[in-house]
Design a protein around this ligand. Sequence first.
Ligand SMILES: [Cu+2]
Length: 224
Amino acid sequence: MRHARLLLLPAAALMLAACQPQAPAEDPAATPATDATTPATDATAASPDAAATPAAPAAHPDAGTMPGMGPAPGAVSASAQLQATEGNATAGTLSFAAVDGGIRVTGQVTGLPGGSEHGFHVHEKGDCSAPDASSAGGHFNPTSTAHGRVGQGEHHGGDSDNITANDQGVAAVDTLLRGVTLGDGTGTDILGKGVIVHADPDDYTTQPTGNAGGRLACGVIAGG
Ligand SMILES: [Cu+2]
């Protein structure tokens, strides 16, 4: 990448210099001075572009529209205790940690039907007070994107792959949230947000919910 940038700058300067229409009309004595100034200015102007273009994909494919996205600067660990909504028996404990490319969520969810698959998201409000956890609001979506699947184009910051229960109804969670941060106080910070385990699998397509059905359990992402 560094090599590409070094090559790009002289190439861009040469192209721009070659396109200067006024250069031949100027006094030959003044031309060297103009040429010396023009490439320097162009090189300076081109520098931010050259630096920004490779930087965005390098941070993350999904971070192209989010300059500066990457491992959270003020990274902390956090956890959430999932509690069953009314009429359900799903519970669990989750841990959150900033890793390269996003926030890793690990833990265990219990009380699920054996072998079942469930939508699993960070929701916009850390409020599990409603019996059906509707108080947690919709998916956390700080960049106002479409719902989708992590790593496959556009998706909400709170989107995650489904979790799958074993025959005993226990799901081992190890998933990655992308486009969010943890504990940095920015608009993408998931600290204080809700986490929901849904009754049905997320189809990664239906807007804006993934058609994941009701809410089996809810928790709040808290520091520590
Ligand atoms: Cu959800």
